[in-house]
Design a binder for this molecule. Structure first.
Ligand code: FMN
Length: 369
């Protein structure tokens, strides 16, 4: 039997499958991105870059985790990592090399800059001249960069999100996705602002602002750097329900021509399919790859193919948004339940049912009080 076609076209880009490395350590240089393409990933969003890496100084430790009490499995992950600390010139050369070596795999540059039109347009031009297939605008990193008014500090303000997206789309010749922060009341508002600024797609979610824990011996919050810490970004399985809800909200709000890339707590095919069903046409994985390795994409491909066969889907596109119509209001659920009860009562009052119980009981059931 021919292998199932898992490809999907998004904003004119043909992905061999909908599984992408999310921006972060899994896409931190060309070597690891190339390995992921070889392993079967349909595309990669590289680690976020900016024009001046000298301003980016990371700390150690910068990760913390939350384990299941029952099994010890890591279910939640916090990081206080910044964007890439590698020079832009090195990145541009690596983009060129990757596109030469893997012309069919999709390479997305994640960019972040200070609030200055020239800087955003310069970095956009440089990356697209190096051949990247698309951009993801990081409006969502929740820690560190916000102290320089970047990342989430932009994405929490719709006017800034719209304006900066427009700066980029003015000069970009390739699709532009805007990556949303979940640390906001109504995530569809900045998503729509980005669409107004010309974004072709929305990515969601970045990490959720968190404090992973406090060391009960030292009384210091974690991860502890020289006795101190900052709240960081939460990811991994534990965030998936929140990500699914926010992806659903965005999917319902954005126009049909705007794409959606789902992110948050994906580790296996069933997780990814949930995002597709709620409106994502690609699914990104970051922490899952950090914890379990790039080979998880093999199960993701097999699981998606099996799901499509079992459920008679002929293309990945047919899955996208399939479960969205089943969100409603509480009032509507109550009305549907009432209606179903009435229908069930009607069913049980059919003539064929006489004889199932004592005839006297059935007579009493059908008798008005
Ligand atoms: C260690 C780490 C570093 C990250 N760095 C970036 C980054 O540079 N740019 C970005 O847009 N998102 C970054 N993220 C966020 C992820 O791309 C993703 O949005 C988030 O972690 C949720 O997905 P996950 O549960 O699959 O990790 C990072 C996440 C982690 C865990």
């Amino acid at each position: 039997m021919a292998p199932m076609d898992l490809s999907i076209e998004v904003n004119g880009m043909k992905f061999p499958n909908p599984f992408l490395l999310g921006s972060g350590p899994p896409g931190t240089n060309a070597k690891v991105i190339a390995k992921s393409y070889d392993a079967g990933w349909g595309g990669a969003v590289a680690k976020t870059i900016s024009l001046e890496c000298a301003k980016v100084i990371n700390v150690v430790p910068r990760y913390g985790n939350l384990k299941s009490r029952a099994t010890g499995e890591i279910i939640g992950f916090e990081n206080i990592e910044l964007i890439s600390d590698r020079p832009i010139e090195v990145w541009l050369q690596e983009f060129r090399d990757l596109k030469k070596q893997y012309p069919k795999h999709i390479l997305i540059a994640s960019i972040m800059e200070e609030y200055e039109k020239k800087r955003w347009q310069d970095i956009t031009r440089m990356c697209q001249d190096a051949g990247v297939d698309a951009f993801e605008l990081n409006f969502s990193c929740p820690h560190g960069m916000t102290e320089r008014a970047m990342g989430m500090a932009m994405g929490q303000h719709c006017d800034l999100t719209e304006e900066v997206t427009r700066w980029v789309t003015e000069v970009a010749k390739v699709p532009v996705w805007a990556k949303m922060t979940p640390n906001i009341s109504h995530i569809s508002e900045p998503a729509l602002a980005a669409v107004k600024g010309g974004a072709h797609g929305i990515s969601a979610i970045n990490t959720i602002l968190s404090v992973i824990g406090v060391d009960l011996q030292t009384l210091r919050p974690k991860p502890t750097v020289e006795g101190y810490t900052v709240p960081g970004g939460y990811s991994c399985q534990a965030v998936r329900p929140i990500a699914l809800r926010q992806v659903m909200e965005i999917a319902k709000a954005i126009p049909a021509h705007v794409s959606l890339s789902g992110i948050g707590g994906v580790e296996r095919s069933s997780d990814a399919i949930e995002f597709l069903l709620l409106g994502a046409s690609t699914v990104q994985v970051c922490t899952g790859v950090m914890l379990h390795g790039i080979k998880i994409v093999e199960e993701m491909q097999e699981g998606l193919a099996k799901f499509m066969t079992d459920k008679h889907f002929e293309s990945v596109r047919q899955i996208v948004g399939k479960s969205l119509p089943y969100f409603s209001t509480h009032m509507d659920l109550v009305a549907r339940q009432k209606e179903a009860k009435r229908a069930r009562a009607g069913e049980s009052s059919r003539d064929n049912d006489w004889g199932k119980k004592d005839i006297k009981d059935t007579t009493a059931e059908f008798t008005a009080q």
